[in-house]
Design a protein around this ligand. Structure first.
Ligand code: URA
Length: 188
C-alpha cells in the first residue's frame, strides 16, 4: 500500500460522526518521502471546503514560517492533521474522534517514515508527544521517541490571536532548521 492508496481508503472513512457534516476529508498534503512531517489539529472551514490542510489564514502564516527555513509543502515536507474531518465550529476534536482517526495518521507516519515530526499546537502535541505537555513551556524542545525526533511549536492560529508570541515560534523554526541539518539527508 502506498500513500495514495491509503488516501483513497481514507476518503471513504465513516469511523466517527464527523463524517456526517464534512464537505471533504482532509487527508494531508506534501511529498510522500518527506523527512519532516507537520501535524495540526483538524480542518477548519477553508480546509473542509478545499480538501487541503492549512489553506486558511493560519495556513498562510504557516507557509511564511516554512518559507523562512526553506521548507515548502510542494517540495520537501508533508502536512497532516490529528483528525481528517472538520469538527463543528472548529471545536477541539473529542477523544473518541481522535482515537477513531489516529490509525490513518499512524499509517501515514509508517509510510512516509519521517525523521522529524513537528506538532502544531496543543492538541497535536498532547496526542503525539505527552498528554501533560505545556506548549508555552516546552515549545522548541526536541525529544526522541520510537526512533524519530518530535518537537512542538505554537499553532499558527494561536499566533494570529497573539502576535506577541511570533518571535517564540520563529525561534522554534530556526531550531528546526538546525535539527534538519543534523538528521535529514535530502530535505535541504
Ligand atoms: N488548523 C489545523 O490544525 N489544521 C488545518 O489543517 C487547518 C487549520
Amino acid at each position: 500500500m502506498d500513500i495514495s492508496e491509503l488516501q483513497t481508503d481514507c476518503l471513504q472513512c465513516r469511523r466517527c460522526p464527523l463524517c456526517a457534516e464534512r464537505r471533504h476529508v482532509v487527508f494531508g498534503q506534501g511529498v510522500p518521502n518527506a523527512e519532516v512531517l507537520f501535524i495540526g489539529e483538524g480542518p477548519g472551514a477553508q480546509e473542509d471546503e478545499q480538501g487541503l490542510p492549512f489553506v486558511g489564514r493560519s495556513g498562510q502564516l504557516l507557509d511564511r514560517y516554512l518559507y523562512a527555513i526553506d521548507l515548502d509543502r510542494s517540495k520537501n515536507i508533508y502536512i497532516a492533521n490529528i483528525v481528517k474531518c472538520r469538527p463543528p465550529q472548529n471545536r477541539d476534536p473529542l477523544p473518541e474522534e481522535s482515537s477513531a482517526c489516529m490509525p490513518w495518521l499512524e499509517e501515514q507516519i509508517r509510510l512516509i517514515d519521517p525523521k522529524i515530526i513537528v506538532c502544531l499546537g496543543r492538541v497535536a502535541a498532547k496526542q503525539m508527544m505527552d498528554p501533560d505537555i505545556s506548549i508555552m513551556r516546552q515549545h522548541g524542545e526536541f525529544i526522541q521517541k520510537d526512533g524519530r525526533w518530535y518537537m512542538a511549536t505554537l499553532h499558527p492560529a494561536a499566533l494570529l490571536r497573539n502576535p506577541a508570541a511570533k518571535p517564540d515560534a520563529f525561534g522554534d523554526f530556526v531550531a528546526l532548521r538546525q535539527k534538519i541539518r543534523e538528521v535529514c539527508r535530502h530535505t535541504y
